[in-house]
Design a protein around this ligand. Structure first.
Ligand code: ADP
Length: 477
């Protein structure tokens, strides 16, 4: 079974969010199941620096806006074969991978075009995928290029990691992007007179996967369908939600290289040391009794962090502390920084992206706040479970599929793993923070039991990768 994954992110080469984590782990899990899996990525500096290069895999012809470009080959740090599309004019630029310079449509059409050419013709060593599996809008045009690229073609799968990001560009670019006129209609790439990269994938792929069962249902309804709910509902028999897994080689309090003290469900005492070290690092009051609520997140409207901002004063009034690590919307950054200035020993804010600090937040925190308005899967709450940091989440998408609210019934029947609320309301979030503080302060034994149960949950990739493999087998049959 030969499968080519196409993505703009892959941890540790390039990571903006969960897509990077998924691509850092899923190919390895599929390889362990016997799949001959390879990855295609743009030649971002982090990719070229981070792989073991093994020469050229061929030349891709006819790339929209470019003409031809070299395809390099190599191995990722996890020893997965990788193809790299070498277009320095597009990818060797300062700033993040999605920094907008007015030519993102060409940057990512080139990636999809290269994927389609590899799918149709193979590389210079005659490796040719049976399935081309693209991820998110950045490689969304791949199935469209393959649908119009002639027969025989490989089967195609598209993964939706977040439907909110679609890659929408002017309809007049159709021929510049090598898309035929026949593709420009409601069941093709057209979206309100424009070209929609993700929609192209959803229209032409043989199968669609999204990252949790609940999200797979939510996106077929207007509230979270982002105007593609009709298409997704029409394709519901080809759409499946498979929960993301966590890479416990990377995300474990027992051996994270970013921690000075380690722990596991049997020896939780190391977590107390991590908490003290985090308080010291963040210049918070070194008080073991004060529950630390942490946030590790992109500061995007989707994440519902305005609801947290509304609750900072309340949280502090309960004797708790807040530690936030994030970057994104300037208004949120400023709002949280203002709170940190107002409560210097109780609220700490770090603006930026820092992988090591994310581990220390998970290890040193008592609870993780994730009040997302919408969350396709969410990985941070899954990591929090493993770190014994109780996730406090809103009931949506993958959060609903991975956390069990601690209420009298779930505490009694030993199923609670965190806290959950539903209405998108600052007041209800505040009430839930209050509930968490009460349990922490009044019933430390119950808290510790929930911690241990969370740490033992198994959201590893093994089971999820098996579902991907089943889908591949059905597709090839
Ligand atoms: P999303 O993909 O929507 O950003 P996920 O919860 O699926 O959300 O994945 C987020 C990933 O990005 C996690 O690995 C999380 O630790 C990481 N992350 C988010 N913000 C930061 C940050 N400011 N610094 C370090 N890691 C971060």
């Amino acid at each position: 079974m030969k499968v080519l994954h196409v993505s703009a992110e892959l941890y540790p080469l390039v990571k903006v969010g969960g897509l990077g984590d998924v691509m850092g782990a899923l190919p390895q899990a599929l390889k362990a199941l016997g799949v001959d899996v390879r990855v295609l990525m743009p030649g971002f500096p982090g990719v070229l620096k981070g792989i073991r290069q093994e020469g050229e895999a061929g030349v891709i012809q006819g790339i929209p806006g470019v003409g031809e470009a070299r395809l390099l080959k190599g191995r990722t740090p996890a020893d997965i074969p990788i193809y790299v599309l070498d277009i320095p004019a597009f990818y060797d630029r300062p700033g993040g991978p999605y920094e907008e310079s007015g030519d993102s449509h060409f940057k990512f059409a080139a990636l999809a075009w290269a994927a389609a050419q590899l799918g149709l013709h193979g590389d210079n060593a005659r490796w040719k995928p049976w399935i081309v599996h693209s991820h998110d809008w950045q490689s969304g045009l791949t199935p469209a290029y393959l649908a119009f690229g002639g027969a025989p073609r490989p089967a195609t799968v598209v993964n939706i990691h977040n439907l909110a990001y679609q890659g929408i560009y002017a309809g007049g670019l159709l021929s510049d992007l090598n898309l035929p006129l026949e593709s420009f209609h409601i069941d093709g790439v057209e979206f309100d007179g424009n070209i929609n990269f993700l929609k192209a994938g959803l229209s032409y792929a043989d199968r669609i996967i999204t990252v949790s069962p609940t999200y797979a249902m939510e996106i077929q309804r207007p509230q979270w369908g982002w105007y593609l709910e009709g298409l997704l509902a029409k394709r519901s028999k080809d759409l499946v939600g498979i929960l993301n897994g966590a890479d416990y080689e990377v995300w474990s309090p027992a051996h994270s290289p970013h921690l000075e003290s380690h722990y596991d469900p049997v020896r939780l005492s190391g977590k107390k040391i991590c908490k003290n070290l985090l308080q010291r690092e963040l210049e918070l009051e070194e008080n073991p009794e004060a529950p630390i609520f942490t946030v590790i997140s992109r500061l995007a409207p989707q994440k519902g962090l305005d609801l947290v901002l509304d609750n900072v004063e309340y949280l502090v009034s309960l004797g708790a502390q807040l530690a936030l690590l994030g970057t994104g919307e300037p208004a949120l950054e400023q709002g949280f920084l203002k709170m940190a200035r107002a409560h210097p020993n109780r609220v700490a804010v770090r603006v930026g992206f820092d992988e090591g600090l994310a581990h220390r937040f998970l290890a040193g925190g008592d609870a993780l706040l994730m009040p997302s308005r919408q969350e396709p899967c969410g990985l941070t709450q899954i990591y929090a479970l493993r770190f014994g940091t109780l996730p406090l989440v809103r009931r949506t998408g993958g959060l609903a599929d991975t956390v069990v609210d601690a209420n009298p019934a779930s505490i009694a029947n030993n199923t609670a793993t965190g806290f959950m609320f539903e209405p998108e309301s600052s007041w209800v979030l505040g009430e839930t923070i209050g509930r968490a503080c009460d349990l922490y302060q009044q019933n430390p034994r119950a808290w510790a039991e929930i911690q241990r149960r969370g740490m033992k949950q198994d959201f590893s990739w093994k089971a999820s990768a098996g579902h991907y493999l089943d889908l591949y087998k059905a597709l090839c049959a």
